[in-house]
Design a protein around this ligand. Structure first.
Ligand SMILES: N[C@@H](CCC(=O)N[C@@H](CS)C(=O)NCC(=O)O)C(=O)O
Length: 207
């Protein structure tokens, strides 16, 4: 299986962590986002959205990080993606939540506080920071209270839900997420960050 990726993409970190945790080897190919490789016809034939990650397995092409994680984890029996239908539905629920809610506020804060600086797009916009902070707090409150008394998001074990939701926290520092009131999230993320599979998947951190 070939994974088209960029090391700084949080949507690639969770895919790589999944493969690492399961000991599944991926053939890795860099898509140089800084040079616009994602918009070249060659890559658009793999993922018409012009985004990473994308997976190619023989004549099968798959985009969307969460779908890719489920596909990789379906290659063999494991507790990241257990066979139990209700566990799978619950994991999928959190993956949808990550893509539709959690990433909105975090993504806005990362854009304003980190990416704009890299792309020379000017100072953070205070209105966007306010909006991002409100969105972040609304989702973080839900996650933090869900994590009360739990080690992981679904059931008693690490699952794909943990990797998907943890991915955006990779940039919590430079993105200046307001995490101080969310001790359950901080403790849970520390458990994920301690995993070798996660450490190996992490991007080089911006200074
Ligand atoms: N929902 C997609 C999001 C993918 C995505 O937004 N990837 C970003 C990197 S984190 C990207 O490729 N951006 C390139 C661009 O927008 O030009 C997923 O989970 O795979």
């Amino acid at each position: 299986m070939k994974l088209y990726y960029h090391p700084n993409s949080p949507n690639c970190v969770d895919v790589l962590a999944t493969a690492n945790q399961l000991g599944i080897a991926l053939d890795i190919e860099l898509v140089d986002l800084m040079k616009g490789a994602q918009r070249q016809l060659e890559y658009l034939n793999i993922n018409a959205n012009g985004r990473v990650p994308a997976l190619v397995d023989g004549d099968f092409k798959l985009s969307e990080s969460n779908a890719i994680m489920q596909y990789i984890a379906s290659q063999k029996a494991n507790s990241l993606w257990p066979d139990d239908l209700r566990a799978r539905a619950d994991i999928t629920r959190w993956q949808f939540w990550q893509a539709s809610q959690w990433n909105r506020g975090a993504g806005m804060l990362v854009w304003e506080n980190l990416i704009k600086k890299f792309l020379n797009l000017g100072a953070p916009d205070p209105a966007k920071i306010k909006e991002g902070t409100e969105l972040f707090n609304a989702s973080a409150a839900v996650l933090d209270s869900h994590l009360q008394g739990r080690k992981f998001i679904v059931g008693d074990n690490l699952t794909l839900a943990d990797f998907s939701v943890a991915a955006m926290l990779v940039y919590a520092g430079p993105g200046r997420y307001p995490l101080e009131n969310y001790s359950n999230i901080r403790a849970w993320y520390a458990r994920i960050a301690a995993l070798d599979a996660w450490k190996k998947a992490l991007p080089p951190m911006p200074s």
